[in-house]
Design a protein around this ligand. Structure first.
Ligand SMILES: Cc1cc2nc3c(=O)[nH]c(=O)nc-3n(C[C@H](O)[C@H](O)[C@H](O)COP(=O)(O)OP(=O)(O)OC[C@H]3O[C@@H](n4cnc5c(N)ncnc54)[C@H](O)[C@@H]3O)c2cc1C
Length: 418
């Protein structure tokens, strides 16, 4: 089966939804695809225990009411076999989509850094724990410690508490002065300022980071460096996330330039590759408000409505200011690079310890010598970690970008080369 889109949007988070809605009045045939079952991305992830807010539900309703937007849920990109053509697959079959314009709205994922015990059952990412709870994980009466950096720690703690967990500690690695400086700027964005009051928790500690997860068969406690002292707490779950990293892999594979570990875009959200745009957190971390406005600019620009796109520049600049304040306040302390011990696994798919990676000069060399990044997650977890630990830029992925069925891959034989 072949499908054609005037505008293809990859990712149905805030940026992708907003891009589709901005482009829709042009009458263009729009296809939006996402590997999740419902539009919403990370922030408005659905599930049996999720409480998707009203504005997000209304965005979904508006999308559903546009006859020229087709949404493929649960759909993954497998390869880019031809010029302006992607091979995709859902649970039933694979097919080709050809497009005229493309907007990448692939979002971001958590940065997970290795530390002793981080592979024990019960240790997850901070956003990972939130996603598990939304998907139905019961945490009633469980003792939870949340550690790492950034506002996602507070959002994750709020979700855990709503579902009956006892949050013992929220360990923020940034210094007290950095967090206080950020809080002092929040009145510039009143919605965020109000939200900060609802998220405040008296278990929050700045200048505190994880040293080790403790336990034998699963996590039983955590050792923290807390404001100069070492403390140990018992817990049933440890959720640890060190901020977000942009999902650039598909952009890299399509030949889009990367800058500061994100897809580089101009004022129209256009990448260096003609007719290829990017918006939201694949272009850098900045929160859902920035993702929404960037998505709208990309959507307008992709269908040629430059005037409407330009009108949104001031709003984008306002949220870029928020992103700048956020990224500078929660910059990672270089000391976090020394959490991993020689025997700490960095690549948990292929059991590669830290010691097997030291001494190599780049990602490719380390990969060939150790199999780091060659397992099931294809470097989605350890790639971010080695970039942080050693400064190695993971290379562009090669197809298949996701595990795929043989029948889907066989259809590549019928595709003329790009
Ligand atoms: C785990 C996690 C939890 C978060 N929780 C919160 C929160 O509670 N509150 C908050 O304010 N912010 C949260 N954030 C930050 C939040 O991601 C952003 O502010 C906002 O969702 C960014 O919107 P986006 O559209 O750029 O990307 P996203 O929301 O990340 O959406 C991108 C979408 O694209 C899909 N996708 C990516 N690549 C492909 C592909 N190749 N094929 C198909 N689909 C693809 C993803 O599955 C996702 O649905 C969270 C981030 C993460 C990583």
């Amino acid at each position: 089966m072949n499908e054609y889109a005037d505008l293809l949007i990859i990712g149905a988070g805030p940026a992708g939804m907003s891009a589709a809605l901005a482009a829709a009045p042009s009458g263009a045939r729009i296809v939006m695809l996402d590997d999740n079952p419902l539009p919403g991305g990370q922030i408005w992830r659905d599930g049996p225990q999720a409480n998707v807010p009203g504005p997000a539900r209304r965005l979904r309703e508006r999308l559903a009411s546009c006859d020229n937007i087709r949404h493929h849920a649960g759909t993954r990109v497998i390869a880019a076999p031809g010029a302006k053509q992607l091979l995709v697959e859902d649970d039933d079959h694979g097919w080709l989509i050809s497009y005229d314009k493309l907007i990448l709205c692939t979002g971001a994922r958590e940065l997970l850094l290795p530390f002793p015990g981080w592979t024990l059952p019960g240790v997850t990412g901070a956003g990972g724990l939130q996603a598990l709870i939304k998907a139905g994980l019961p945490v009633q009466n469980e003792r939870v410690v949340i550690a790492g950096s950034g506002p996602l720690l507070l959002a994750s703690a709020a979700t855990a508490k709503q579902h009956g967990a006892q949050v013992q500690r929220i360990a923020e690695q940034a210094s007290r002065s950095a967090v206080a400086g950020f809080a002092a700027q929040l009145p510039r964005w009143p919605g965020k300022w109000l939200q900060s009051f609802s998220l405040f928790d008296h278990h929050y500690r700045t200048a505190t980071h994880v040293l080790a997860a403790l336990g034998t068969d699963r996590v039983e406690g955590v050792r923290l460096q807390q404001q100069g002292n070492i403390v140990e707490l018992e817990c049933d779950r440890l959720a640890c996330g060190f901020g977000l990293i942009a999902n650039i892999q598909l952009g890299q594979a399509l030949g889009c330039a990367i800058e500061d570990q994100a897809i580089a875009v101009d004022a129209w959200q256009a990448s260096n590759r003609a007719d290829h745009y990017a918006a939201g957190e694949c272009t850098g971390f900045g929160g859902s408000e920035l993702a929404l406005v960037e998505g709208a600019i990309a959507g307008h620009a992709a269908v040629g409505n430059l005037q409407a796109a330009r009108q949104l520049w001031p709003r984008r600049a306002r949220w870029q200011g928020f992103a700048k304040a956020l990224n500078s306040a929660f910059a990672l302390d270089p000391r976090l690079k020394s959490l991993a011990q020689p025997d700490t696994l960095v690549c948990r798919c292929e059991d590669v310890p830290y010691a097997a990676l030291t001494g190599h000069s780049d990602w490719r060399e380390a990969k060939l010598a150790s199999r780091c990044g060659m397992g099931a997650c294809q470097g989605r977890v350890c790639g971010g970690a080695v970039q942080h630990l050693f400064g190695w830029q993971p290379s562009a992925p090669r197809p298949p970008f996701s595990p795929a069925r043989i029948e889907t891959l066989m259809s590549l034989d019928d595709t003329p080369p790009a």
